[in-house]
Design a protein around this ligand. Structure first.
Ligand code: NCD
Length: 305
């Protein structure tokens, strides 16, 4: 039985296969519409989510399966003090596969150890978010035609942004990748991520504070929201939340082929005027997210279509 905790749980070949499968599902949805008949996905969300939870549920529904679960910790037995280990043992009796989001780093990993069914990490604290990474990779591959030879700018909250951490991990394995990390000092990448980068001497990266300086050289710009819920005090959040705002004027500094990604939800970091720019791909990401989750569910359940 396999789980998905970090993008590194999948080999580069498996990632390719998943993206191919997702493209096939996107092109031929009818072929897959009964692939999961009689199967149940449990969505165990201890932390707020719109996209990820609905995307998992939609993925299972489009495969002919059904879903159950909870959307916040207070409506689950966690409110009574139940451990994640016990919850997953119980859920294993009812469902075939589980997607878990938790505010504590490592909680889905604990669940996986006690689970009788595959567990997918749907975001654990400021740590990892592997299915968003699948979405991001699929969108980069389909827009740019490749995942190697790429200069990727990551901008915003690089400290708490788990989607950033997962995407970096996944990209470390492709050829000729370089990164520009754009953040205020307070929101720089955590040490464990720079150490991971440093253990790959072939990967070039720099850390800068000005978005304008980085824009002209990028193939991909990955914007992120300042992660309000992980701040210890409101004052720091208020000071940092509007540090970067990507608008049409700044987009003029970027190359014609640069694409803009964002895991969403967006707050102020991308003005809505950028939405109509053909380089804005963040709503494509949402759509790809459902297809790649469909491919992942099939893979973890061992279902071939
Ligand atoms: C991201 C997350 O939950 O980490 N959202 C998502 O899953 N699409 C990004 C965020 O919340 O800022």
């Amino acid at each position: 039985m396999r789980h998905l905790m970090t993008p590194l749980d999948l080999s580069v070949e498996e990632l390719d296969k998943l993206m191919d499968a997702a493209e096939d599902i996107k092109a031929n949805p009818a072929k897959y519409s009964h692939a999961c008949d009689g199967r149940i996905l449990a969505a165990l969300f201890y932390e707020p989510s719109t996209r990820t939870r609905l995307s998992f549920e939609a993925a299972m529904l489009h495969l002919g399966g059904r879903t159950m679960g909870f959307a916040d910790a207070m409506s689950s037995s966690a409110a009574k003090g139940e451990s994640v280990a016990d919850t997953i043992r119980v859920v294993s009796c009812f469902a075939d596969i589980a997607a878990m989001r938790h505010f504590k780093e490592g909680a889905p990993m604990v669940a996986a150890q006690f689970s009788g069914i595959p567990v997918i990490n749907a975001g654990d604290g400021g740590h990892q978010h592997p299915t968003q990474t699948l979405t991001d990779l699929m969108t980069i591959r389909s827009s740019k035609g490749r995942l190697s030879s790429m200069k990727i700018g990551m901008c915003g909250d690089l400290k708490f942004g788990r989607t950033v951490h997962s995407l970096i991990r996944a990209l470390l394995r492709y050829d000729n990748i370089s990164f520009v990390f754009i953040s205020p000092d307070e929101l720089k990448l955590p040490d464990y991520m720079t150490e991971e980068l440093d253990s790959h001497p072939e990967i070039k990266y720099k850390e800068v504070t000005r978005l304008e300086d980085a824009l002209p050289e990028l193939d991909v710009l990955y914007m992120t929201r300042v992660q309000k819920e992980r701040f210890f005090n409101e004052e720091d959040y208020v000071r940092l939340k509007d540090y970067y705002i990507l608008d049409s004027r700044k987009m003029e500094l970027a190359g014609e082929d640069m694409i803009v990604l964002h895991p969403l939800p967006r707050v102020n970091e991308i003005s809505v005027e950028v939405d109509k720019d053909p380089r804005a791909k963040y709503f494509d990401q949402v759509q790809n997210g459902m297809y790649i989750r469909m491919a992942l569910i099939l893979m973890l359940l061992g279902i071939e279509v």
